[in-house]
Design a protein. Structure first.
Length: 538
């Protein structure tokens, strides 16, 4: 990795830009081999290199080099802003002279200095992409591919863009590592983070150690956002940038259903398309830039609606006081009511098609179920990783609910086979999914090889936790706006996104009448903040 190869990740600062940093920086010098920070450090600083070089390494200065920052360069990636543990270390290479800034000082410069802030944020985002695409970096997860808890942790790390490597306990080197600690396969899944060792951690414990989950008990906020999908992220960006003390909670990871998409091609401003994960990562950095507090996992158990302000109760027992609340919890993918589905849900069934899931099915045969754009995008993406992709559609033609451009593309990829008027009737396997049974016209085989079943058949709203607090329709979608007048006093009319409880809003896929598109969710999340301001001003 070098600045010649990637000028976005490794820009060279001008003298004028360095002077901007100097205003709030401390100048310092380090001798050869001294650490600026080490892997696992959480409160590490941002450094501008004035003279000499800083080497980024996996561990100590003798370990494998990741990158070198020369004079005019700067250190860090998104973890400087988020406060997560550093996945790599930074060390002086020779005698070095530096400017040192705290994370808060850097955040203020990024907020105020638009051009310089853009250079820094683009570099941070790109550096994290480069680290995620490199092998053998970051924390170590040890666990079996057939262990549901291991897969749950790996998904959590992947969706939260935590740099990590994964090894199975059966591998010779990994077995020796466990033996050195007096441990065995029965103690896995295990996470090694710097000098810390976590055996069978819960996601809450892991989130706390990674700095992703905050201790929020008894805190007070202007706005609490529940759900970090496109609607929630947009609200976090607008809320924090407009001065609201904002907290965003999510039970798994940023991005919601959008983060499961391998490519979004119809989002305005990105004609070349972008992955849902990239969109979520950029939204998260924007929210952090403006100071949003983010806690993941943060699963809400209930909301207590008050006449002025509300109380949010988390599953962990923590409580949060909020002047206003935005529910942006989206929806959950529906499951197939067929034999074998529950048995293999953690061993071969997926609700997303990203690099993470494709890695489990490399050069294998898979089945995609669904007829919408999500299913089509998944089939196209998987065709580049898998030997064979079978798209199973209940309808009699592909472009009935799929965009024309996408159905046209699907039909012309050689290793995608489309089965119309067909359903998956059962699943079979051993310790992992192996066979999908099909029911359809005579030419459709009774069963096909299936290492991975990718399901995109619609979703139900994630609103069970608020059904006793706000009004919902018979399908569980939250009612908002004019339809809420019956619940309200005559003093005012509810705002467009306001629920039956004044000061509690809903946006995105969990709301009745929402348009199930990323752009629409972003718009609703942004709009909700306008209404929050009006409520808080009353």
């Amino acid at each position: 990795m070098s600045d010649e190869r990637d000028p976005i990740a490794f820009p060279r600062l001008t003298e004028e830009q360095i002077e901007i940093f100097r205003r709030t920086a401390t100048e310092m010098s380090l001798a050869d081999g001294e650490a600026l920070w080490r892997p696992g450090d959480t409160e590490f600083c941002f450094f501008v290199v004035l003279e000499g070089e800083v080497e980024i390494c996996d561990g100590n200065p003798d370990s494998k080099s990741v990158a070198i920052h020369e004079a005019g360069g700067f250190t860090g990636d998104v973890d400087v802003l988020s406060g997560r543990p550093a996945p790599v270390g930074g060390y002086a290479k020779g005698k070095v002279r530096l400017l040192q800034l705290s994370a808060e000082a850097l955040r203020e410069i990024v907020r105020v200095e638009q051009d310089l802030g853009g250079v820094v944020l683009l570099a941070f985002i790109r550096r994290r992409e480069l680290l995620l695409n490199m092998t053998g970096r970051g924390l170590l997860l040890v666990g079996s591919a057939f262990d549901p808890d291991t897969m749950r942790i790996r998904e959590f790390l992947g969706r939260n863009r935590v740099v990590h490597r994964w090894e199975q306990p059966e591998e010779e080197g990994t077995a020796r590592l466990l033996e050195g600690f007096g441990l065995g396969a029965a103690d896995t899944p295990m996470v090694f983070l710097g000098n810390q060792r976590l055996s069978k951690p819960s996601l809450e414990e892991l989130g706390e150690r990674l700095g992703i989950r905050l201790k929020v008990d008894a805190r007070q906020y202007d706005l609490v956002i529940i759900g970090a999908g496109p609607a929630g992220l947009a609200a976090a960006v607008y809320g924090s940038s407009e001065g609201l003390h904002t907290l965003m909670l999510d039970r798994t990871a940023p991005g919601g259903q959008a983060s499961w998409s391998s490519r979004i091609e119809n989002y305005m401003g990105f004609p070349e398309g972008l992955t849902g994960s990239d969109l979520a990562a950029r939204g998260l950095v924007q929210a952090q830039k403006f100071g949003t507090d983010i806690s993941i996992p943060g699963e809400v158990e209930s909301i207590e609606c008050g006449p002025v302000g509300h109380r949010v109760h988390l599953r962990t027992g923590e409580t949060i006081d909020a002047r206003a609340v935005l529910i942006a919890t989206g929806a959950t993918y529906q499951k197939l009511p067929i034999p074998g589905f529950q048995e293999f849900e953690d061993n071969g069934i997926y609700y997303a098609a990203t690099k993470l899931e494709a890695g489990f099915c490399e050069q294998a045969e898979v089945v995609v179920v669904g007829a919408g754009n999500s299913a089509g995008q998944a089939a196209v993406f998987l065709s580049t990783h898998c030997a064979k992709v079978r798209l199973v559609v209940r309808g009699d033609r592909l472009n009935k609910s799929m965009s024309d451009y996408l159905s046209y593309r699907v039909e012309r990829i050689p290793n995608i086979e489309v089965f119309l008027e067909t359903e998956v009737s059962a699943l079979r396997g051993d310790d992992h999914l192996r066979i999908a049974c099909l029911k359809g016209p005579d030419h459709v085989p009774a069963e096909v090889a299936c290492t991975g079943l990718f399901v995109f058949i619609g979703a139900t709203p994630n609103t069970d936790f608020v059904k006793d607090t706000v009004a919902v329709d018979r399908n569980g979608f939250i009612l908002t706006g004019d339809s809420m007048r019956a619940y309200w006093p005559d003093s005012r009319i509810p705002f467009f996104l306001e629920t039956s409880c004044p000061g509690i809003f809903a946006a995105g896929d969990c709301r009745v009448g929402s348009v199930k598109r990323v752009a629409s969710s972003v718009g609703e999340g942004s709009m909700a903040v306008t209404f929050v301001h009006r409520v808080l001003a009353m």
